[in-house]
Design a protein around this ligand. Structure first.
Ligand code: ZN
Ligand code: MN
Length: 460
């Protein structure tokens, strides 16, 4: 058996309002290139950085959530290297004393060590014409992203398979979203460097992979490559590789540089940062996914609990509504039809205008049997699309149970489907359910299905 050892360096973009060392907006996505910058984040001579206190606070929150220890004070350093995405020729980062260290995350029953957490500035974004470095004839630089706060989370090499690495990243992403310091749906919001060695050999680093599945794929490929190298009697050397998600292979970029080559020096334009208010920040931390899952699993089925916690806003809503209505009912609707509709539209609850009070009206209508399950699903679909519909809840969506109206729906359904009627009469009984469905459609999902069946039997 090949023994695999994997460690991760995760870069997560923090969602502070402004960048790490200047007043420019951190929301760089979707803006015209090079319109979201100033002398500081362009690294012009004479410009001076100033630390964004919010970013420090976010970093502390992450450290606390990942069970880290903190130094009394920390500082920033310059990491020198040349690359066109970094106009100063150095990145302001933390090296000697990180913001937090020696933490852990539980992956089921396995403890994954967190070696260190530090803050640093994001470089500018390079856009290769033709999509890849190999195909590019020229490169464009967009400094809008330059200076956005990154939180780098470095794990111990505790993962023994690519799948474990992916599971960790999913969990980490969920924790960061609960802390409200990060947005997983933003472009490039999480970038991962993964280092991997097999059977105690040299470690190879795969740089800059985005997406959990891509990390798993890159690592899986790398294991196969290294095993094959060994089989052929070739030596695995310490090197840096990139991942090509289209060809699904890792590609040699350069032989590994060592940390000492970066010539770290203390950043003289910034002062030391005292780590304070730890207890105050700790008290303000929200309930994290693990604890929530435990609590929910006592009230609803585990699968439902897992689905509820995957969206922090849905979990919040569940907390309020499960106290007023049957928790099972609320759990099933929020984790099922609501999430299905959100996923279908590629939205999270916070991207819609649905508020808890809207869902309260919804559940009251369900409880009082004013709406059928099918109507419920239709209403949720409408609510996700246009919140206006919520106001119409109760008029447009009242359940229809008078036989007179239902007879009309059935009559139209029969008239419009003569072939199905013939089939039914010639013995194909399963067509009955199809006709029930057609009549239900005519009522826009509002008719009582029991009455439809009764009327249909009489009329066919
Ligand atoms: Zn700026
Ligand atoms: Mn870094």
């Amino acid at each position: 058996m090949t023994k695999v050892k994997i460690g991760l360096e995760v870069h997560a973009e923090l969602t502070t309002k402004t960048k790490l060392f200047c007043g420019c907006s951190s929301a760089w996505q979707g803006k015209r290139p090079n319109t979201n910058c100033c002398p500081t984040c362009l690294g012009l001579p004479g410009s001076k950085p100033r630390v964004n206190e919010k970013a420090i606070e976010y970093g502390i929150k992450i450290g606390l959530a990942l069970n880290c220890r903190f130094p009394k004070e920390t500082f920033f350093s310059r990491k020198s290297y040349f690359y066109p995405d970094m106009s100063k020729n150095f990145q302001i980062t933390q090296y000697e004393i990180p913001l937090a260290m020696k933490g852990y995350v539980m992956l089921d029953k396995k403890k994954i060590g967190i070696r260190r957490i530090h803050l640093e500035e994001d470089p500018a974004r390079l856009v290769h014409s033709g999509g890849s470095i190999a195909a590019a004839r020229y490169v464009l630089i967009d400094y809008n992203r330059s200076g956005v706060p990154l939180c780098e989370i470095v794990t111990e090499p505790d993962f023994e398979s690519p799948k474990e690495a992916r599971m960790f990243l999913q969990k980490l992403s969920s924790i960061l979203e609960y802390l409200n310091v990060y947005d997983s749906l933003l472009e490039g919001s999480m970038r991962v460097d993964a280092n991997i060695s097999i059977d105690g050999g040299e470690r190879v680093e795969i740089k800059n992979i985005s997406g959990f599945k891509q990390v798993e794929k890159a690592l899986t490929y790398e294991i196969i490559r290294q095993v094959n190298m060994k089989k052929r009697g070739r030596k695995i050397v310490q090197e840096t590789r990139g991942f090509d998600p289209v060809a699904n292979v890792t590609i040699l970029q350069r032989t590994k540089e060592f940390e000492s080559e970066y010539g770290y020096i203390f950043e003289p334009d910034l002062t030391r940062i005292e780590i304070k208010n730890l207890n105050k920040i700790k008290k303000e931390l929200p309930e994290l996914p693990d604890k929530k899952l435990k609590r929910y699993s006592k009230i609803v089925k585990k699968e439902i609990a897992e689905s509820l916690i995957s969206d922090p806003q849905i979990a919040d809503m569940f907390d309020v509504l499960s106290k007023r209505f049957d928790p099972h009912l609320v759990g099933i609707w929020l984790s099922g039809p609501l999430k299905k509709t959100l996923n279908y539209n590629n939205l999270r609850l916070k991207d819609t205008k649905i508020k808890t009070e809207h869902m309260e009206r919804f559940f009251r209508a369900i409880e009082e049997k004013k709406i059928t399950d099918m109507m419920g699903e239709m209403i949720l679909r409408e609510m996700v699309k246009s919140p206006k519909k919520i106001e119409e809840l109760g008029t447009d969506f009242t359940r229809i149970d008078d036989e007179g109206s239902i007879k009309e729906f059935v009559r139209t359904a029969l008239a419009e489907n003569p072939k199905a009627v013939l089939e039914y009469k010639s013995g194909k009984v399963e067509v009955f359910e199809f006709l029930v469905g057609q009549a239900m459609k005519k009522s826009k999902g509002r008719a009582d299905p029991k009455i439809i069946r009764k009327v249909l039997e009489e009329m066919i």
